[in-house]
Design a protein around this ligand. Structure first.
Ligand code: PBG
Length: 323
């Protein structure tokens, strides 16, 4: 048979496939989440996030050295405080868990890029991402606190702050507060299109941040919407975001692609806890090939347009890529 086009010719062997591959993963794409807890000598596996741990500050050193050796250049830091109150005061305390963890990570490896999650839900007794008034999260009061938390992270040495609260106007407020205090070089990774998602379940167990009443649907986005994601991204860019994020990743890759096609700004995909836990559970049962499926889904996120991926698989993926 005479055929002008035989696309299979470019698939006949590994060498040619790798020459024409459009998307390649690199360890430079990964951001690794770290959970810091109060106490000493704690390295406790998080049951809902197999192979991820709660670390007390004194136990971070070994972990930071290990990930540095793997070539991972950035961490996303979460604090899990002991004390919670209505205003999440531990979140902006000079000596809070995140502030101490930032300093420790920088002491161990000053080159490690420290990105901090800026939110109140782990720190408030009601578990919502802001200040409650009349059983509703008050936007503007929450924004004041969120900007204050970001400033305290910058003072402790964070390189980048990542607000995950989904309040309106928080990027602009944060940029103002950071700049007026001299932190013009601290960048902002905006959780711009963050959906009210069931994929966060394992994280909430890990961070002890489940809302004590209601849900997050009055601030996080409706999974049915993607035009709205473009509006959220646009607002964040106008307010001064340096990077924009889509979260979760896997079920929202169409949103990543729409943002990529519309704006010219680095895009972050958050490969969230539920996406991780599903693969871990299936792999444990022997139902999927973990390495192959993880590399496939991370590649899909990049192919969709993500420039960076926050993932609990970072350490494994870094080892697999290195071979
Ligand atoms: C806090 C926050 C959440 C996640 C990151 N930051 C949970 C939530 O919004 O309820 C989820 C991360 C994950 O599932 O891996 N606002």
């Amino acid at each position: 048979m005479i055929l002008t086009h035989r696309p299979r010719r470019l698939r006949v062997n590994q060498a040619i496939r790798s020459l024409v591959r459009e998307t390649n993963l690199s360890v430079n794409d990964f951001v690794y989440p770290i959970f810091a807890v109060e106490g000493e000598k704690i390295k406790r596996e998080i049951p809902s996030l197999v192979n991820n741990y709660h670390f007390s500050v004194d136990m971070l050193e070994a972990e930071i050295k290990e990930i540095s050796e793997l070539g991972i250049k950035a961490v996303l830091l979460f604090g899990v405080p002991d004390h919670k109150d209505a205003h999440g005061s531990e979140a902006y305390s000079e000596n809070g868990i995140v502030q101490r963890a930032i300093k420790e990570i920088k002491r161990v490896n000053k080159e490690m890029l420290v990105i901090t999650d800026v939110c109140m839900c782990q720190y408030t007794d009601h578990g919502h991402c802001g200040i409650i008034e009349d059983m509703y999260v008050n936007n503007d009061k929450s924004v004041d606190y969120i900007a204050k938390i970001a400033l305290s992270h910058a003072k402790a040495g964070a390189d980048m702050v990542a607000p995950s609260d989904m309040m309106d106007g928080r990027i602009g407020a944060m940029r103002d507060v950071l700049d007026s205090n001299g932190y013009t070089e601290v960048s902002i990774m905006a959780y711009s299109a963050k959906y009210a998602s069931a994929f966060y379940g394992p994280f909430r167990a890990a961070a002890n941040s489940t809302p004590q009443f209601g849900d997050r649907k009055t601030y996080q986005m409706d999974p049915g919407n993607s035009d709205e994601a473009l509006r959220e991204v646009e607002l964040d860019i106008v307010e001064g975001a340096d990077l924009v994020m889509v979260k979760p990743a896997l079920a929202y890759l169409d949103v990543v692609r729409r943002i990529k096609d519309t704006y010219n700004i680095p895009i972050v995909a958050y490969n969230v806890s539920g996406e991780y836990a599903m693969i871990k559970a299936a792999a444990e049962k022997g139902w999927v090939d973990e390495k192959a499926i993880v590399l496939e889904k991370l590649t899909a996120m990049k192919r969709a347009g993500a420039d960076l991926i926050i993932t609990y698989h970072s350490k494994d993926a870094a080892k697999w890529i290195r071979g």
